[in-house]
Design a protein around this ligand. Structure first.
Ligand code: ATP
Length: 320
């Protein structure tokens, strides 16, 4: 799609402070994706001239839409979580880096690490039988686990872990993105002591269908979520990688939720790996405390061949 004129030649770029970035600092090249409230472009940093890695993803959120759809808390959360994770001392190769944020009268701008190959779910659907082989599933799951362990140590729960939120970089490595639903653990505990209704954004309901498959039993019963909620979604994601289908699936969202509440799922006769099956069985457990911890997952037989200390040394699958 054509890049709008106001992005090519920004007229009203406004610097809020001397170090603040603005639209004029980037040349916008092409649209690469659209969310419910945002459009994402491939852009290039203009300075410094000798930048070896000038490509960035420029996510533009229209203020009008954000306000109308009550998305303000989501945008704040995304910015806060990404800003914390993107600090030099907290950086993790498996999590998208936020380079800068700025705004003008109409839009909020997130300058993010660029993922050349888009999201892993779309790539998975292009594979033979729309799934990954065991080795590739193991690779992606190990990298997802490492990213989750990292954010949990920083006190963040992602709460929207799914293959769509894993982006593939030009070197084939993945990074976790979309922190709009995330929660800082301490905040969460405060909310539990003093519960307030979280306002439901209006437009997101329509995109909820995609996420329904990953919903946790605790979300359905209104119980407190914890890092193990992300590990539930991790195991749903691993099941999806290995089979191309969701463990909890049915004709309607309501029936999917019933299945999740009753932990009603099966493994087909030809499920490709016994160790993965055992791992998933020990994570798709209603009681959060009874699920494996991330340390226990790393020590599980399914990941026997993986050295989690040196994940970056593994060659990423070439699936694109
Ligand atoms: P929704 O808001 O409906 O939940 P979303 O979270 O996918 O959707 P965005 O984060 O705006 O919305 O992303 C829209 C699309 O842009 C994504 O599906 C992806 O294809 C692309 N995209 C997002 N971030 C990046 C990135 N860092 N690099 C490359 N492409 C990206």
């Amino acid at each position: 799609m054509e890049v709008p004129e106001n992005l090519k030649n920004p007229q009203n770029a406004r610097r809020e402070g001397s170090n603040m970035k603005c639209l004029a600092d980037y040349s916008v090249e092409k649209e690469v994706g659209e969310g419910s409230f945002s459009t994402v472009y491939l852009a290039r940093r203009k300075e410094p001239k000798n930048d070896e890695n000038p490509e960035v993803a420029l996510k533009i959120c229209l203020k009008r839409l954000i306000l109308k759809n009550k998305m303000v808390p989501y945008i704040h959360r995304e910015k806060e979580a990404l800003a914390l994770i993107s600090r030099e001392e907290n950086a993790h190769p498996g999590i998208v880096t936020l380079y800068a944020t700025f705004q003008d009268s109409e839009s909020l701008y997130f300058v993010l690490e660029y993922a050349k190959y888009g999201d892993l779910c779309t790539l998975m659907q292009k594979q033979p039988d729309s799934k990954f082989n065991v080795a590739d599933s193991r690779y992606y799951a190990a990298n997802l686990l490492s990213a989750l362990e990292h954010i949990h140590k920083l006190g963040i729960i992602h709460r929207d872990v799914k293959a769509d939120n894993l982006l593939v970089k030009s070197d084939g490595r993945i990074m976790l993105t979309d922190f709009g639903s995330s929660k800082f653990l301490s905040d969460y505990q405060k909310i539990q002591e003093n519960p307030v209704e979280e306002e439901q954004p209006t437009g997101r309901r329509s995109s909820f269908v995609g996420t329904a498959f990953f919903v946790t039993p605790e979300l359905l019963t209104g119980s407190e979520m914890s890092p193990s909620s992300d590990l539930w979604a991790f195991s749903v994601t691993l099941y999806l990688f290995l089979t191309g289908i969701y463990p909890f699936n049915d004709m309607s969202e309501y029936l999917v939720f019933r299945r999740i509440q009753d932990i009603l799922y099966t493994f087909s006769e030809d499920f490709p790996d016994e160790n993965a099956k055992n791992l998933i069985e020990r994570l798709l457990v209603k009681e959060q405390k009874s699920r494996l911890t991330s340390q226990e997952i790393k020590e599980h037989k399914f990941f026997e061949s993986i050295d989690f200390e040196h994940l970056e040394q593994l060659e990423p699958p070439r699936i694109y």
